[in-house]
Design a protein around this ligand. Structure first.
Ligand SMILES: O=C(O)c1cc(C(=O)O)c2c(n1)C(=O)C(=O)c1cc(C(=O)O)[nH]c1-2
Ligand SMILES: [Ca+2]
Length: 559
């Protein structure tokens, strides 16, 4: 086959450099959240609050796959890259939707996927990178799709897998691993972009003697302590520190691992040159609710008492909105407050940010416990967005929702087998409705961080699992509802200005780009994973059932 660059209008592939990733051109969407600060923001403004009502499909493409399509269409000067469940990567001519190549990772047949999804590619140099469900990191030639190198980061048979998009910087490809529900020992690792050789590895659960190890029991619990990393980290190129969200401790029952269990449910700063730890903040110690705090914090400058604070902002799965301050060697607590119904925390220490708990709301082995928000939290993985023009932070939230779970003995940990401490049937039916949740659950919220005020809320009857994009046209885009709608909101007041009914529920990360003077909005539809399971949990407690069809379709819109 001819390389596509010579067969069509596509120009030669433009190499992705550190300079380009640090200062992304407005016409491209070069990484998971468009910039290292994880804003999910594009300055493009051809599509506005005035004309968005005229947005039409430019092209669409069926991926041929079911389950969770969550990856953003990543675009570099005319080339688009999308991943699907089962680690396919599809390359397109971004303008026309013509398929250039498709890569299919061979996945072991015996591998059972607990979370059948993939959150996208990283671009660096002339290559495209993915982290796979069988725990590999793979480099592909961006023009041909040919495999250049492939390195196992861990053994999938031990319960390790990756669902996140890698982070690329300074010649390194950084990934994290999932497996919190299998009792893995989580880590972030960096691989040489050219050779695939591992450069460093930072475990999220310290070994005996390492900093934080005193927060684990003296037995072997640290070896199976969880702390997965399954969403792409943020990165501050000035200090070379990357910021990763760390997931739940394992098993879920806190009595199996007494102590704070650092660095589970924390944000950790990692120097990308050495892998050295550069500060941390634990959002809630001794996790008991599967509240993975994996969403990477957004790097935002916020005014406080007349001073600019270099901040880390995180809408927690634990239902609190966290404001932290980052310095080259540490992370300090600034403030936190609930953004959804939360009845577990009885207070937050003003100095340290440490929450205190209502003991009646802490799950334990052998007890049945009610708490709010549910296991899926105030916000699960779907990312927030920040618009520097409106100055607002946008959160896709699930409010008014509670849970009931019964802790059961886990037995001895067996590598590669579930290590949860709650029955699967209980997990799949654990949501409990409140009077308020009968009115509405899903929300898009807009916050002014400097004043701590919520500026607007848009509500939906059922859940919202919609990742957000915000643009220089004062728009917010997102799907996430079970009616298959993908919507544009006015970023200043939350009004719905446009909506499109997709083939399936939209849990994809939306992106935007420009080619030949035209702005495009792109998103994958493809309901699955825990959005689907939450719908199942609703169906279990509601009089009516709501079917949401599956099937991945990439949608690309323009005026
Ligand atoms: O502990 C883990 O390793 C882990 C991994 C993942 C994943 O990789 O997608 C999810 C979760 N936990 C999880 O708790 C969760 O609610 C969840 C939802 C989803 C999804 O894609 O909808 N993935 C995951
Ligand atoms: Ca988890």
């Amino acid at each position: 086959d001819d390389p596509p660059s010579s067969s069509g209008p596509l120009k030669a592939y433009s190499k992705v450099t550190d300079a380009r990733l640090t200062q992304p051109e407005p016409q491209n969407w070069l990484m998971y959240r468009a910039n290292y600060a994880s804003w999910g923001y594009s300055p493009l403004k051809q599509i506005t609050t005035e004309n968005v009502k005229n947005l039409k499909l430019a092209w669409s493409y069926s991926t041929g796959m079911t389950e969770g399509h969550q990856a953003p269409p990543v675009v570099n000067n005319g080339y688009m890259y999308v991943t699907t469940p089962n680690n396919q990567v599809i390359a397109f001519e971004a303008k026309s939707g013509k398929e250039l190549w498709r890569y299919k990772k061979t996945i072991p047949e015996e591998l059972q996927q607990l979370h059948p999804t993939n959150r996208g590619v990283a671009l660096y140099g002339d290559k495209v990178y993915i982290a796979t469900t069988d725990a590999f990191v793979v480099a592909l030639d961006a023009v041909t799709g040919k495999e250049v190198w492939k390195t196992a980061s861990a053994d999938w048979k031990q319960g390790y897998y990756s669902t996140l998009a890698p982070l690329a910087a300074e010649g390194k490809i950084m990934i994290g691993v999932s497996g919190g529900e299998y009792g893995i020992r989580g880590f972030v690792a960096a691989f040489d972009a050219e050779t695939g050789k591992e450069v460093w590895r930072r475990y999220t659960i310290p070994a005996p003697g390492e900093k934080g190890s005193e927060t684990w029991p003296k037995d072997d619990a640290w070896k199976t302590g969880g702390g997965p990393v399954w969403v792409t980290g943020s990165y501050d190129p000035e200090t070379k520190v990357s910021y990763w969200g760390v997931g739940n401790a394992a098993s879920w029952m806190p009595d199996t691992r007494k102590g704070d269990n650092l660095f589970s449910t924390s944000v950790i700063g990692i120097d990308i040159r050495s892998g050295e730890l550069k500060g941390f903040h634990q959002y809630h110690p001794n996790d008991a609710w599967d509240w993975d705090e994996v969403s990477a914090p957004l790097l935002i400058d916020i005014e406080r008492k007349g001073k600019k604070v270099k901040s880390l902002v995180h809408a927690g799965r634990n239902g609190y909105l966290w404001w932290l301050e980052r310095s080259p060697n540490k992370i300090d607590f600034v403030d936190a407050w609930p953004f959804v119904l939360q009845n577990v925390f009885t207070g937050i220490d003003k100095k340290t940010g440490r929450p205190s708990y209502d003991p009646a709301r802490i799950p334990q082995t052998g007890k049945t416990v009610n708490f709010c928000p549910s296991l899926w939290g105030g916000k699960d993985w779907p990312p927030e967005a920040y618009n520097p023009q409106t100055g607002l932070l946008y959160i896709p939230a699930n409010n008014n929702l509670c849970a009931e779970i019964t802790g059961i003995p886990t037995g001895k940990h067996k590598p590669g087998e579930l290590y949860i401490g709650v029955g699967l049937d209980n997990i799949l039916t654990h949501v409990r409705l409140t009077d308020e949740s009968r009115k509405h659950i899903g929300e898009v919220q807009a916050w002014d961080m400097a004043t701590g005020k919520k500026v607007w809320t848009q509500t939906f009857p059922a859940m919202n699992w919609g990742p957000l994009l915000t643009t220089g046209g004062n728009l917010v885009f997102g799907g996430g509802t079970n009616d298959r709608k993908f919507r544009a909101f006015d970023a200043r007041n939350g009004k719905v200005l446009w909506e499109f009914a997709a083939n399936s529920g939209v849990i994809g990360v939306p992106s935007t780009f420009e080619i030949d003077g035209e702005q495009y909005i792109a998103v994958q539809a493809g309901w699955g994973v825990d959005a689907q399971r939450m719908q199942g949990a609703f169906d279990a407690v509601m009089p009516q059932k709501t079917p949401v069809p599956q099937g991945g379709v990439i949608h690309v819109f323009k005026l």
